[in-house]
Every structure is written in structure tokens, then in C-alpha cells.
Ligand binder design. Structure first.
Ligand code: GLU
Ligand code: ZN
Length: 469
């Protein structure tokens, strides 16, 4: 039973993101959402959002809300109404009935414990565990006995004994699964709700989804879903299963490996476009270089460039994208991003001058806070690392600098000329001690604007504090 990929060329591309609201959106889900969004936008098609919340125990409203917030933050808007699977039980009930009438399903009375024991004995015999078919041929009488025992049945899909399910995966190429290896699977849980396999394919078909890009962990689910589609005479989408994201050492992504949820990265001050640019390059080879906006990424997105090898998540690389993203902000955007780190009540023109002075030198909000402390803080400055916090200026050097500040105000060129004239220091011997004394750091933004923002009094206090005996 070969299922050839559909000729979707004539159709509008319809993709979707179908998260289960059972946790925060992590990097893997975010990339799945991104790729599906890009494909729809590239083709002028539709990107739909479906919340897969049939499992009430594991789903939460807070996570469902957070999914919307995260997608909006990433800039991945969806088309039309959000579809909630929990509101579609009537649709699934119809489909169950169709399959029941066609004899494609049967009630299964096995308890989780019985299933577990069967799994274990199959594994112990070196066989791949699958449903043993216990309830496949129960008579009406046997069913009645089990019902009388109060057993709540699940509904299992009767997988054909022979044949293969074949399909063309957009990433992995030709796929073939033996029906005999699949095992009858549950499509309705004992509580009456639809299982993932079932509601997922039924909704993809009914929503007109043409292409599904999703994690490789779903590859082995696909033959079951295609069997369901065929039994219901529904048109399945084309599938592309994308490689998983791993930590740098190839281990699964974890908090310890520096992986955070989308919401956590946002709270840490990362800009969505930085994250998007990094995700775009994870498992998708592209000739695009540099930070690009979403429309440009969409134009260049190509499912044929999805790669099979696992993609490694590099937190350092995120910082590189973030630096570019901060740099690319307009003055207004940069001010909005930095504002929470600025002293309260700072006047607007000083705030803007601060942003202009430090924008090229900050990556995360903590950097902004550090520069705000350097420039507007009182007292001596904590060195961030490495160089000593209190460099020793020679008394001559400090005196010349202080006199220049008193005479000319916070004028960097007058200051350096005066110190040079008084001490003969030039080049790094002139600039480095001044930078260290004024900012506590041996590197950073241009000192002219920093000094102007800092003002004469603060600068003098710092120079005095840095003067040696
Ligand atoms: N709810 C499933 C998940 O989050 C959807 C998988 C799919 O995209 O088909 O893994
Ligand atoms: Zn059973």
C-alpha cells in the first residue's frame, strides 16, 4: 500500500504549528514553528496554530497562553482562529464512528499493567514491543464480560497484517514501514479523548494542511497516521522530519547545557530576531549570512536544505547574533530595550546620549546596567574582571587631568591634550590609564561621549580615587 506524496503543487501551501501545552516553548519547538512559518510566508500561504490539548491532565491553560505570547514575541503570527483540539471532540467522535462502522477499530480492555507486562516479556525475548493483539478477536460475549468487570476500553486501530506504508519524507527521503511491525495502536483513550496520532492527522487533513515540518521524534508515528488517513479517506500532508537540536557535545539539550525556554531568553533580554537568526541556521543550510529580518529569511528558506544531522545549540553563537541584533536596533528601539536598566528619572536627552554611546558595546541587559553604573553611579567602579579596579595614576598625571577638567569641562580632547603636555604620555600610555581610572575597564565605548555623560564632578572623583601616592 504505497502512499505517494501528494501533488500539492497546485494547492496553496498551508502549514501549522501544533504544540501540546504541556510545557514551555523550548528551542526545538520554536524552530519547528519558525520553519513552518517561513515556508507558509515564502509561498504566500497560510500558517495555522493548533493547540493539541486533548490530554487534559498534561495540558495547562497557562502554557497555552504562553505559546501565543512566545509566537507573537518571535514575530511568528498565525492566520485565522486558533484551533483547540479540546473543543473538537465531536469531530473525533464522528471519525471514530466511521472507523467502527468500517470494522477498522476494536475496543481494547487491557489494563496499563497488562500492557506493561506484555511489553516487558517481548523486550526480554528480544522482540520489539508492540501490542500483542489480545483484544483483536474478542467475541461479543467476551466483550460483555469485560464490560461487566467495569473495564473501560480504549479503541485500537486494526493495522493490516501485511503490506507496507511508504512515503517520501522531505528530509529523510523514501520511507518504508512494514505493517507487521507497527502493532495495533490506541486512537481513543479510556476516558474517551482522542490520542495524539489520531487527532493530529484528522485535524491536519480537515484543516487543509499541505506540509508538516516537525521533529524527527515523530518520524515513526507517521506510518500510523497515514494508515488512519487512508482508513478515513482523508488527504494527509507531506511530512518533513527535522533533526533534533542537541547541546554542543551532542547530548540532549538541557538546562545544564545552557538551553532555556523562549520565555526565559526573552526575560534575559535576548532579542527575538537574534534567536530567530540562530534557529534558522540550526539544521537548515543557507547561503544567507549576517543578521536578516524574517521576510528575507522566508524568501531564502528551502525545505530541501534541511539537513539530517543533529543541529548543535551554541549559547556563545546566540550572543554573537544578539550583539548584531542590538547593533541593528533603531535609536528608539535601543532606548526601549535599555530603559529598564537606566537610572529612574534620567532626562530624555541624556538617556538618548547614553544609548548612542554604548549601543555598540552591549549584548545583554546586564552590560547596559554595568555601563549605567559606570557612567551615572557614584563612587569607584567595580572592575568586571581581569584588570585591577583601582589603577594607580601618578600624581602628576592625575593633577593635570583634574586641572584640565576644571578648566575645560568634560571635554575629552582638551583633557588628553593637557595630560599629554604635562606628562609626555601618549598613545596607550595616555589613554589606558585614563580609561581604567574613569571606567574601571581597559576596553569599552569611545571615551569622549562617556566623559560628557559622566560629567566633571564624577570624573574628578574617580581620578582622585585612582591616584597613587
Ligand atoms: N503536539 C505534537 C508535539 O508537540 C505535534 C507534533 C506535530 O507537529 O505533528 O510534538
Ligand atoms: Zn487489549
Amino acid at each position: 500500500m504505497a502512499i505517494s506524496p501528494h501533488d500539492n503543487l497546485a494547492l496553496m501551501t498551508v502549514t501549522r504549528f501544533a504544540p501540546s501545552p504541556s510545557g514551555a516553548i523550548h528551542l526545538g519547538n520554536a524552530r519547528t514553528a519558525l520553519f513552518n512559518w517561513l515556508l507558509a510566508r515564502r509561498d504566500g500561504g497560510q500558517f495555522l496554530l493548533r493547540i493539541e490539548d486533548t490530554d487534559a491532565e498534561r495540558s495547562s491553560e497557562a502554557y497555552a497562553q504562553q505559546i501565543e505570547t512566545d509566537l507573537e514575541w518571535l514575530g511568528l503570527g498565525w492566520d485565522g482562529q486558533i484551533v483547540r483540539q479540546s473543543a473538537r471532540s465531536a469531530v473525533y467522535a464522528d471519525a471514530f464512528e466511521t472507523l467502527e462502522r468500517a470494522g477498522r477499530v476494536y475496543p481494547c480492555y487491557c489494563t496499563p499493567l497488562e500492557i506493561n507486562i506484555s511489553r516487558k516479556s517481548q523486550l526480554a525475548a528480544g522482540k520489539p514491543p508492540r501490542y500483542a493483539g489480545t483484544c483483536r478477536h474478542l467475541t461479543a460475549e467476551q466483550r460483555a464480560t469485560r464490560e461487566a468487570e467495569g473495564r473501560e476500553p480504549t479503541l485500537r486501530f486494526r493495522v493490516p497484517d501485511d503490506g507496507r506504508v511508504e512515503f517520501l519524507d522531505l528530509v529523510h527521503g523514501e520511507q518504508a514501514f512494514q505493517c507487521a511491525d507497527i502493532g495495533d495502536f490506541i486512537i481513543r483513550r479510556a476516558d474517551g479523548t482522542a490520542s495524539f496520532f489520531f487527532s493530529n492527522i484528522v485535524d491536519d487533513a480537515l484543516m487543509g494542511v499541505t506540509t508538516v515540518l516537525r521533529g524527527e521524534d515523530h518520524l515513526s508515528n507517521t506510518p500510523r497516521q497515514l494508515l488512519i488517513a487512508m482508513a478515513l479517506d482523508l488527504k494527509a500532508p507531506d511530512y518533513g522530519h527535522i533533526s533534533l537540536i542537541t547541546a554542543m557535545d551532542g547530548s540532549p539539550l538541557s538546562k545544564r547545557a545552557g538551553a532555556k525556554s523562549v520565555a526565559e531568553l526573552g526575560a534575559d533580554g535576548y532579542l527575538p530576531i537574534a534567536l530567530v537568526n540562530q534557529l534558522y541556521r540550526l539544521g537548515h543550510s543557507s547561503d544567507l549570512t549576517g543578521l536578516q529580518d524574517l521576510p528575507t529569511l522566508a524568501q531564502h528558506f528551502n525545505p530541501a536544505h534541511l539537513v539530517r544531522s543533529p543541529a548543535r545549540w551554541d549559547p556563545v553563537q546566540l550572543a554573537v547574533w544578539q550583539k548584531d541584533a542590538v547593533h541593528a536596533l533603531s535609536a528608539d528601539e535601543a532606548l526601549a530595550w535599555m530603559r529598564p536598566q537606566l537610572p529612574q528619572g534620567l532626562d530624555e536627552s541624556t538617556a538618548r546620549a547614553f544609548v548612542a554611546a554604548v549601543q555598540a558595546n552591549v549584548v545583554v541587559p546586564q552590560d547596559v546596567a554595568d555601563w549605567a553604573a559606570v557612567i551615572f553611579g557614584e563612587g569607584m567602579i567595580q572592575a568586571e574582571s581581569g584588570p585591577p579596579a583601582t589603577p594607580t595614576l601618578s600624581p602628576d598625571f592625575a593633577a593635570a587631568a583634574i586641572t584640565a577638567l576644571r578648566t575645560h569641562g568634560a571635554d575629552w580632547s582638551a583633557l588628553t591634550q593637557a595630560v599629554k603636555a604635562a606628562t609626555g604620555a601618549k598613545g596607550p600610555a595616555l589613554f589606558k590609564p585614563l580609561r581604567l581610572a574613569l571606567t574601571g575597564r581597559d576596553h569599552g565605548p569611545e571615551l569622549g561621549p562617556i566623559l560628557a555623560l559622566m560629567g566633571v564632578e564624577r570624573a574628578i572623583a574617580r581620578l582622585e580615587a585612582s591616584t597613587g601616592p
